[in-house]
Design a protein around this ligand. Structure first.
Ligand SMILES: Nc1ncnc2c1ncn2[C@@H]1O[C@H](COP(=O)(O)OP(=O)(O)OP(=O)(O)O)[C@@H](O)[C@H]1O
Length: 186
């Protein structure tokens, strides 16, 4: 198989649960059928290399990641200005050839455009939302220069979602996963 049968693009605000839902879906579908792709992976790899930083710490969800987030956003934006699909292409180039791809960190209209141009009808676009209070309980702290710029807000006015899901509670999660499985199987 050269390309996946279906590609789920997942978008949502920080701590809405993009990773958590993607991992839950992966467990259900199994890693023989499904792979998670993160656009942030090549961003971090290239950034760490260029700045001589520890990639393992940069990839993990801790203070180190938060510390570099702003600098990394600005650095990656410069590259995107020259080639908007640069990181999408790099992430997909390295991805395992499985029937289902879940891209767990879609942040830009240019990301969606690149995926649509490259994979056409295989694309399904999903928005996850959670209440601010819930996100705060998961560790979200509003950060100027991060939460009020394009990487967080560019898709706020996008309205072509194939699926909108809520992730405030366990009940929400069960329903979200059910709808995602339906989207993948139909
Ligand atoms: N439905 C849920 N039930 C329990 N815990 C959850 C749920 N959804 C998310 N979480 C937890 O909330 C935290 C944030 O979730 P996650 O990392 O998936 O968010 P994210 O949208 O990927 O965030 P970021 O954009 O900052 O990477 C994690 O610790 C995760 O385990």
């Amino acid at each position: 198989m050269d390309t996946p049968r279906i590609i789920i693009l997942i978008s949502g605000k920080r701590k809405s649960g993009k990773d958590f839902i993607s991992e839950t879906l992966l467990k259900i579908l199994g890693d023989d059928k499904c792979a998670i792709i993160r656009i942030s992976e090549p961003i971090k790899t290239f950034y760490a290399k260029e700045k001589n930083l520890n990639l393992v710490e940069l990839m993990s969800d801790n203070v180190y990641k938060e510390h570099y987030r702003l600098e990394m956003i600005n650095w990656s934006d410069e590259i995107r200005t020259q080639d908007p699909g640069y990181f999408c292409k790099a992430a997909c180039g390295k991805a395992p050839r499985k029937p289902v791809w879940i891209v767990s960190d879609i942040r830009r209209k240019t990301d969606i455009k690149w995926f649509r141009n490259t994979y056409q009808k295989k694309i399904r676009i999903v928005r996850i939302s959670a209440d601010t209070e819930v996100r705060q309980n998961r560790g979200f702290v509003f950060t100027k220069g991060v939460d009020d710029v394009a990487s967080e807000c560019d898709l706020d006015d996008f309205n072509e979602w194939d699926l909108n899901i809520k992730n405030n509670s366990n009940e929400d999660l069960d329903l979200a996963v059910k709808k995602l499985v339906e989207l993948i199987e139909n």
